[in-house]
Design a protein around this ligand. Structure first.
Ligand code: G3H
Ligand code: ZN
Length: 286
């Protein structure tokens, strides 16, 4: 079921729907996401941050884990194995490990360097049929050590980076990683529209957790085709695990079987996945 993301996301932008890009951390998360995708019969992108890949034991291991788990689960829907917010070295490593897709996140570099390195990664990746995501402007907040100022993407820079031939483009449009503060001003739709008019590629909305559904739907109608979700699943996992233990369902602390302890949280990730895919209109596969 493994494919790169180029055609999948292009079809999503054209069809005005989005495909979920969900972060994985381990075996249970991988299984939970694959299960949700298979049950809904929708394509899915599973991504590892640099931190998650390090935690799990490297890019080769992540790729093998996702592939073997999908095989064991008889997964038939399209699955894209993707590197999330990779620096230059990480993007090259994930390409060498055979990921289907990589994000080169050069937001913290001077623009010319971001441009030059994006070009290089595009050439390396495309030679192996691997898709590339790049970033302009930045995503506010922090994800797994990657910190952004939330700088609004410039239309000109978005167009210049898109012209390198990247397959999808992440732009800072007021979105933030992690939880949104109460005084958050919302997505910058005017800028999204300008970028969508200037760039033909599918656009990526990072920091998908906690954005009100109406805003996500509007963003999708304007050209967002990849919706990145991490925190929402983390919170669902933590909540279900805590409730299970606090309700004494672990036999008042006497039940220590890890497979039982991890089960409610794992199911909560699948439920979250299915709920979010439901409202972003992801099209089922035939
Ligand atoms: O790259 C991953 C996403 O942008 C996740 O953001 O944790 O706020 O959902 P989130
Ligand atoms: Zn992100």
């Amino acid at each position: 079921p493994f494919v790169n993301g180029t055609e999948l996301f292009a079809a999503a932008r054209k069809g005005h729907y989005a495909i979920g890009a969900f972060n994985t951390n381990n075996l249970e998360w991988t299984r939970a996401i694959l299960k949700g995708a298979q049950e809904l019969n929708v394509p899915v992108l599973i991504q590892t941050s640099m931190g998650a890949a390090k935690y799990m034991g490297g890019y080769k291991l992540c790729k093998a884990l996702i592939e073997l788990e999908a095989e064991a689960m008889n997964i038939t829907v399209p699955v894209v194995i993707h590197l999330d917010h990779g620096n230059y070295e990480a993007a090259k490593e994930a390409i060498a490990a055979g990921y289907n897709s990589v994000m080169f996140d050069g937001h913290d570099l001077p623009f010319e360097e971001n441009l030059a390195k994006t070009k290089e990664i595009v050439a390396l990746a495309h030679a192996k049929g691997i898709s590339v995501e790049a970033e302009v402007g930045s995503i506010g907040g922090e994800e797994d050590g990657v910190i952004g100022e939330g700088e609004l993407a410039s239309v000109e820079e978005a167009k210049t980076i898109a012209d390198t031939g990247v397959d999808y483009l992440a732009a800072g449009i007021g979105n933030i990683h992690g939880q949104y503060p109460d005084n958050w001003k919302g997505l910058h739709f005017d800028r999204l529209q300008e970028i969508a008019d200037a760039v033909a590629q599918p656009l990526v909305l990072h920091g998908g957790s906690g954005i009100p559904q109406e805003q996500v739907e509007k963003a999708i109608s304007m050209g967002i085709a990849k919706l990145n979700i991490n925190t929402e699943c983390q919170m669902a996992f933590a909540k279900a695990t805590r409730e299970y233990i606090e309700a004494g369902k672990d036999q008042q602390g006497k039940g220590y079987d890890p497979r039982k302890l991890l089960a409610p949280g794992t199911q909560a990730i699948t439920d979250t996945f299915k709920e979010i895919c439901g409202w972003m209109g992801t099209k089922s596969v035939k």
